[in-house]
Design a binder for this molecule. Sequence first.
Ligand code: PMP
Length: 323
Amino acid sequence: VCWSEHGGWHRPRVQPYGPIALDPAASVLHYGQEIFEGLKAYRHADGSIWSFRPDANARRMQASARRMALPELPEEYFIESLRQLVAVDGDWVPTAPETSLYLRPFMFAKEAFLGVRPAHKVAYYVIASPAGAYFPGGVSPVSIWLSTEYSRAGKGGTGAAKTGGNYAASLVAQAEAAEHGCQQVLFLDSVEGRYLEELGGMNIVLVKRDGTLVTPQSASILPGITRDSVLHLAEDRGHTVERRQVSIDEWREGVANGDIVEAFACGTAAVITPIGMISARDFTIGSADAEPGELTMSLREELTDIQYGRRPDPHDWMLRLDA
Ligand code: PMP
């Protein structure tokens, strides 16, 4: 779909995958005026195709659009774009366990203009790509690297928007994590460098011995839909959930004195992933060969069962895309 200041949203169509022609002065290429989303289509046992809380992705994309001075795509257009793509590419939704069709809606400024101002011409696309199981050999804990030199987002910045620049800002830190044998990077707040923010592409939740779940509250992290869902499921089970500032020292001391018994990362790609070890320049927390936590794994099972239609969906989170 295209958008222009005078014409609004127009020209919806499904086209074969291929390159997009852009003017060399298209403002996205210079100023990064761009946003995206990520969600999955799941095949249920009867062959039907569903997505998980696409309304939440649509609303988050609207919030990202407001922050990035892009037009808000109406929720019904967002959902319709997924339906139309699945109508054409539905055969691509794989059937093997834990596989899915990854959907990547994105919007960018295509107006050719070298001045710095919001563009008046925008394009919205969705690409679809079959995704294998994230953990083909069974879920294994991730190791994470604590970045102290870099922050992902500052106060008043774009941290809560799903925009490419946030990911660009995290690439060197992600590379540093890989050099230290870690799969993900952990960012702290940019003001005091003490409070947990999130990982490169996932939110964080800690589990205390008494069953309380604690997750960072911050205006500069991406409000993850997986995290919101998992915390709802935990609350349904009677767990207390604390959304507040959590410092790295609280995590470190909590693990040392047995008060924090599990930690997991969550996001669309890996669903829920146990965190085994945190490595920092001068200390480590946990161990790389830690067993996945019990609550972590049971919440993971409950959420994936809902997504794959293996158990009831009490919150009406699933939306059928092929009917
Ligand atoms: N934080 C970041 C930086 C992410 O890229 C993602 C993945 N979209 C998440 C958190 C988790 O969000 P969600 O559960 O909506 O996938």
